[in-house]
Design a binder for this molecule. Structure first.
Ligand code: ATP
Ligand code: MG
Length: 347
């Protein structure tokens, strides 16, 4: 996949902005506040319908604009496509001028995002690592998004019920929510398990076996054996009393734990440079899986590359997958990138 060009209007500090990318390694450089992260964020938004930062879409609109418009021409195995995101009264995503769901857009544009803040937060935060794994899984099969959305929707309804009606709730009502959660939840857990196994096997092939992603599904204390819809339902039955007392759902994929470990030691125990290197290895293994599954590369977005990786890691990332498009940002120019674009800060 290749983003050929990008047009941005009314988004963050970018207005009437256009940029053309090279097929391979691109560097956008410029002063602090010139809009580098905003460009990466706009590309991410085209692929995921939202920012990688915890902000609403409305907050992304330029202070002096009523809405934003982002448009990219992208090239993938199937040919050329136009992906558009627009926020005015409502938000819309379009593929070749027709409204399109994310799952359709991900067939021609899958932005893989890496940054310094992401790497440091991901390592320390269970929810962020889970989110990262979910994004990886979505890259390999867009249908995974349906499972997640369906599950989250059901979970929200069950939580509302527990919160508001815990005292009067009817057993059978809770049972039917649990049955739905067990059915979708077990699918998610199975997919996460299979992904973790394949990722670890790919890491093993590439880098030897020291680095591992560990996955621990959130189950009841007495649960054992493999996860299935029936076993998850039995699990939910076991914690029913506690859920009614605490008025919220206590087990399920929304509480699953992922951890990165090297030689059996938690990644948190390693130096900052080592952590960067290991997380890049994880990404590289994912890129390899993506290439095998889809016969092409994702578009690799690296914000503030010099904070996110050391020079030797950068060499590795740039050289390892020569055909992968990389769009990186930095405050300084670097001749290692074939295509350089300087951003000037507007006065
Ligand atoms: N909604 C908005 N409307 C207008 N400007 C905004 C909005 N949100 C953020 N900005 C501004 O946009 C500018 C560009 O921010 P961005 O994070 O893209 O800069 P950057 O080039 O990545 O900087 P750095 O090198 O510090 O990471 C900043 O000055 C920021 O304050
Ligand atoms: Mg930035």
């Amino acid at each position: 996949m290749v983003v050929k060009n990008l047009e941005i209007n009314g988004f963050r500090n970018l207005n009437g902005f256009t940029i053309t990318f090279g097929q391979e390694k691109n560097l956008i450089f410029g002063a602090n506040g010139s809009g580098k992260t905003s460009i990466i964020e706009a590309l991410f938004l085209l692929g995921f319908g939202k920012s990688f930062l915890p902000v609403s879409r409305r907050e992304l609109v330029n202070f002096n604009a009523a809405g934003f418009f982002i448009n990219a021409e992208v090239l993938d195995n199937s040919g050329e496509n136009r992906v558009t995101a627009c926020l005015d009264k409502g938000f819309s995503l379009k593929l070749n001028n027709e409204s399109a769901p994310l799952t359709q857009i991900s067939r021609c544009l899958y932005p893989l995002f890496f940054s310094h803040s992401l790497y440091s937060q991901t390592i320390d935060g269970v929810p962020l690592l889970r989110k990262l794994v979910d994004r990886f899984l979505y890259g390999l099969s867009a249908l995974y998004l349906h499972d997640i959305l369906r599950y989250n929707n059901t979970l929200k309804q069950k939580n509302t019920l527990l919160k508001n009606l815990a005292r009067t709730i009817h057993n059978s009502e809770l049972n039917s929510w649990n049955a739905l959660l067990a059915e979708t939840g077990s699918k998610i857990i199975e997919k996460r398990m299979a992904f973790t196994e394949r990722l670890n096997a790919t890491i093993g092939d590439r880098f030897g076996g020291a680095l591992k992603l560990n996955y621990e599904p959130a189950r009841s204390a007495s649960a054992s054996g493999p996860v299935s819809a029936a076993s998850l339902l039995a699990d939910l039955e076991r914690v029913k009393g506690s859920e009614l007392r605490s008025r919220r759902c206590l087990i399920g994929p929304q509480r699953d734990r992922f951890e990165v470990a090297v030689g059996g030691k938690k990644l948190q125990l390693f130096s900052s440079g080592e952590k960067k290197k290991f997380l890049i290895m994880l990404y590289m293994a994912f890129i390899e899986m993506f290439r095998r599954a889809r016969s092409e590369y994702p578009v690799f977005l690296i914000d503030d590359y010099d904070a996110a990786m050391d020079e030797s890691n950068l060499e590795y990332v740039l050289d390892h997958f020569p055909a992968m498009q990389v769009i990186a940002t930095s405050v300084a120019r670097n001749g290692r990138f074939a295509n350089l674009c300087e951003l000037k800060k507007e006065k």
